[in-house]
Design a protein around this ligand. Structure first.
Ligand code: SAM
Length: 439
């Protein structure tokens, strides 16, 4: 594998994990033209290095800091990130150890830090003699599972003994999960066509149209993807739209729609409904259009703020609203591991308040007998059951109508899904949903 791919990984990680903590999103950073110019194997290495270092950042950095006599200067951040890439490759991939050790001194020269070549060689050689699993056992959970302290403490407060299973699940490699477009084919037919294409496709029990591929492939290689037969969507994320019910030709609002995963699903499920897709981010809203175009489906797109309906609402009540609210994303850390290093406890206070304002602002837009499905990809009680319990206290015309058995742990309102612990083969993300019915 070329050193240039590793060089690009260091450059991307420098943007995603800067020392001041104000990093770019990993997905955005990986959407660079340089990545697009790589061949598929190099692209795979780049993605793996960036995701792997973000996923195991604290654990790797802790061990590295103990090998150095004094901390590296801020200007040597690229060298530090190169070392973390090397450690990740040695400890978490099957690549040949000698090839990995040899690649990094050369990379230091390309980083214009020839002084670090010897250090890198010595540190990586030492790492080959360590047993990372045994090392991890000796460390406190936030270091072992690479979590910020505040998140570990919050999980312990919210979930007690189950916090450690959540932490372990957050380090798993997620499968590629697909949603079958029911307008075009059945799940069985999709399973058959994926298997015929040589892919290890399995149905997911919790969601009727979900299929996982344990060995992800680029989506363009999936049969029918370009024609909208399949979409990428986690199995738990497929459940909120399945909880929605609207009468024939009803009116449906997807209140935080972009990039349109659930808008597409709602359009597949309710082709005769009037579907309004709202988001306050114009650039993300364009991705809703792209998604719907690929599916051959349509919705009315509106740029607007879900917490302030006056400017965009036409005054006609909705039969159902899906509020897939902005949240901490703590349920999808295995898919977005950079989020661990970008979120701050203060963000959480602002998110919880925004979610409450959205719930209160959208509730009057629902007709009596109609419903609002609230969803987050969060594993924090304040954004989930506590948020909905508080809503139910504020609104005497609302009741919790979430189907029993939807969640995997008992909570005060709605349904909380934990990601299956490692033994559960990582079939879906952590998610929360509540169906609220208007009396
Ligand atoms: C969790 S994402 C939605 C994902 C989407 N439902 C899907 O399935 O693809 C949350 C979305 O809320 C949008 N958002 C944040 N604040 C908003 C607001 N005040 N009004 C409307 N949309 C907002 C964000 O731009 C983001 O696209």
């Amino acid at each position: 594998m070329s050193t240039d791919t590793r060089l690009l990984a260091v450059q991307i990680l420098k943007d995603v994990l800067p020392t001041d903590g104000n990093g770019r999103s990993l997905r955005e950073a990986l959407a660079s033209p340089q990545r697009a110019a790589l061949n598929p194997a190099e692209r795979g290495l780049l993605t793996d290095l960036c995701f792997g270092v973000c996923r195991h950042y604290r654990f790797l950095d802790h061990w590295l800091s103990r090998q150095l006599q004094k901390p590296l200067k801020a200007s040597a951040r690229p060298v530090q990130l190169a070392l973390l890439c090397g450690l990740y490759e040695l400890w978490f991939t099957e690549r040949a150890q000698h090839a990995v050790v040899n690649a990094y001194p050369d990379l230091c020269r390309k980083l214009k830090a020839p002084w670090a070549a010897g250090l890198t060689n010595a540190v990586l050689r030492k790492a080959t003699r360590e047993d990372p699993a045994a090392l991890a056992e000796t460390l406190p959970p936030p270091l072992r599972y690479s979590l910020p302290d505040w998140l570990w403490q919050q999980w312990q407060q919210d979930w007690g003994d189950q916090a450690e299973a959540l932490a372990a699940a957050s380090l798993q490699q997620p499968p590629l999960t697909l949603r079958v477009n029911r307008r075009q084919l059945t799940r069985d037919a999709a399973l058959e066509s994926l298997t015929t294409a040589g892919l290890d496709a399995q149905p997911v029990a919790i969601a009727p149209f979900a299929i996982t591929l344990q060995n992800p492939v680029p989506v363009q290689q999936l049969p029918g993807f370009g024609d909208g037969a399949l979409s990428v969507q986690d199995a738990a994320a497929q459940l909120p739209a399945e909880l929605i019910e609207v009468p024939a030709n009803g009116r449906l609002l997807d209140a935080c729609a972009a990039p349109g995963g659930k808008t597409g699903q709602l359009a597949e499920r309710f082709p005769d409904a009037t579907l309004v897709a709202l988001d306050n981010d114009a650039s993300r809203l364009r991705r809703v259009t792209d998604n719907l175009t690929r599916l051959g489906l349509a919705a009315q797109l509106i740029e607007g703020d879900a917490s302030t309906p006056e400017p965009w609402w036409d005054g006609e009540l909705f039969d159902a609203i899906l509020l897939d609210a902005p949240c901490s994303a703590t349920g999808i850390l295995r898919r977005q591991p950079d989020v661990k290093w970008h979120r701050r406890p203060d963000d959480l206070t602002a998110l919880v308040s925004l979610q409450a304002r959205m719930l209160d602002a959208l509730w009057p837009l629902i007709r009596p007998g109609g419903m609002l499905v609230y969803a987050t990809c969060s594993l924090l009680d304040q954004e989930n059951a506590a948020q909905i319990s508080a809503f139910l206290t504020r609104h005497s015309d609302a009741r919790d109508d979430t189907p029993p058995g939807t969640g995997s742990v008992p909570v005060s309102a709605g349904a909380q899904l934990f990601p299956p612990t490692p033994a559960g083969a990582g079939q879906h993300d952590g998610f929360y949903m509540a169906r609220l019915r208007k009396n």
